[in-house]
Design a protein. Structure first.
Length: 411
């Protein structure tokens, strides 16, 4: 059973929510983050990426950088940019892009549910990235970026959230710079809160969609605080972490494509010849955006090719049968020499939001090859997590992205 708790959020004043809300910290590089804070001085990035407030040559992991994050957060609360709810609430968070809308619940998930695998992951994490966010959480004594969680559809929950949305005005309603509409409603009513909490208590599996490093660091920060706590009840704020939970059928996963910077001493013709051992290869008249599982686009030497995995290479294994695994195991590794895609500097990953023209640009600039993929499905993600397995790096790209700064959980 899942323990999904209401909490007293620190959140922006309604008049400033659109200015404060920011994309996740890891979407930007250092230069981009600094430029965004320069453009918008209220952006939550100045808290999530506090190095933006220092000269470029400052070590972004220096103690004074984390202290600046803490000082900025609490100064913004003191100055009235944020308010804090005095009663524990749930928060409905709706994101809309074009015809796509997804409705989630901002809440706090129990750390023990992560440790006991009720909350399941599908990606590995890197200790160095974890340590940065652990230090950030402990310096701020707050979790500032929600973990993106998913669960199988639940009609009773959907009905409750839809009824609340129809029956009251949102506290936030704005369109971000990238065209995403964000709306938030607050659930104060104790009877509704209890119904929602019980619905989650009946779930035996919840899945991390995005934010594996944020989840891992929230848990490890909690474990450190547990060591400092003499008489722990389990209800302490640090024993839960900030999240937004969505039904899996409302989520949109885009393709997560690959660019390899060289051809591993092959000519383009040799690359195509070697690919034919495992794939059918057909010259395409233009860009190739795969429309079904098992199909791929290859861009090399100014031209596109349509690849389809041969029947003998297909696999029903939850991980080895993924398109990202088929491409890795039958082309990137044996032909292009990419043994560890999460570590190899020769490969770069491009979210589908950036389009196929970006793949062409990068492949041409490097003199390498680009690969377009069919998106991993939510069912594949959940099947992998249920099996206790991990996907290859960069298997999923979720859109739209949650914003940081709309909900802050003080620990």
């Amino acid at each position: 059973m899942a323990d999904i708790r209401p909490f007293c959020a620190i959140r922006p004043q309604a008049s400033e929510a659109d200015k404060i809300a920011a994309l996740p910290y890891d979407v930007y590089n250092r230069k981009e983050a600094k430029e965004e804070v320069r453009r918008n001085p209220l952006s939550f990035l100045k808290i999530d990426r506090p190095e933006t407030q220092f000269p470029d040559d400052t070590d972004m992991y220096a103690p004074q950088v984390y202290r600046q994050a803490e000082a900025t957060l609490w100064k913004m609360l003191e100055d009235g940019h944020f308010c804090q709810d005095t009663e524990s609430c749930y928060y409905i968070y709706e994101l809309s892009s074009g015809e796509h809308t997804q409705t989630g619940l901002a809440a706090c998930a129990a750390v023990d549910d992560y440790l006991n695998h009720v909350i399941k992951r599908h990606e590995n994490t890197k200790p160095e990235k974890e340590e940065d966010r652990i230090r950030h959480v402990l310096a701020c004594q707050a979790q500032t970026g929600p973990i993106f969680l998913a669960h199988r559809p639940q009609e009773r929950l959907k009905h409750i959230l839809d009824t609340k949305k129809k029956g009251s005005a949102p506290v936030y309603d704005f369109v971000s710079q990238d065209g995403i509409r964000h709306r938030v409603w607050i659930i104060y009513e104790e009877t509704i809160i209890e119904k929602i909490r019980q619905i989650y208590a009946d779930m035996d599996s919840i899945y991390i969609a995005d934010g594996h490093h944020r989840a891992a660091c929230a848990v490890k920060a909690a474990l450190r605080k547990r060591q400092e706590t003499v008489h722990m009840t389990g209800k302490e704020p640090f024993n839960s972490f900030l999240c937004v939970l969505f039904p899996s059928d409302e989520l949109r996963i885009l393709d997560y494509n690959r660019v390899v910077k060289d051809l591993n001493s092959c000519t383009p013709e040799e690359l195509l010849e070697k690919a034919e051992k495992y794939f059918t290869v057909q010259k395409a008249p233009g860009q190739v955006k795969p429309q079904e599982k098992g199909s791929f686009g290859l861009y090399v030497n100014g031209g596109w090719y349509r690849l389809r995995i041969r029947e003998a290479c297909k696999n029903t294994d939850p991980v080895d049968g993924l398109d990202v695994s088929l491409l890795q195991n039958f082309l990137l590794d044996p032909v292009l020499g990419i043994k560890k895609p999460g570590e190899d500097k020769r490969i770069t990953f491009v979210g589908g939001i950036r389009g196929l023209t970006e793949l062409e640009r990068l492949a041409d600039a490097f003199g390498g090859a680009a690969f377009s993929l069919y998106p991993t499905s939510m069912e594949e993600l959940m099947r992998t997590a249920d099996a206790g397995r991990l996907m290859p790096p960069k298997s999923t790209w979720f859109e739209p992205k949650l914003r940081s700064g709309l909900f802050i959980h003080r620990i």
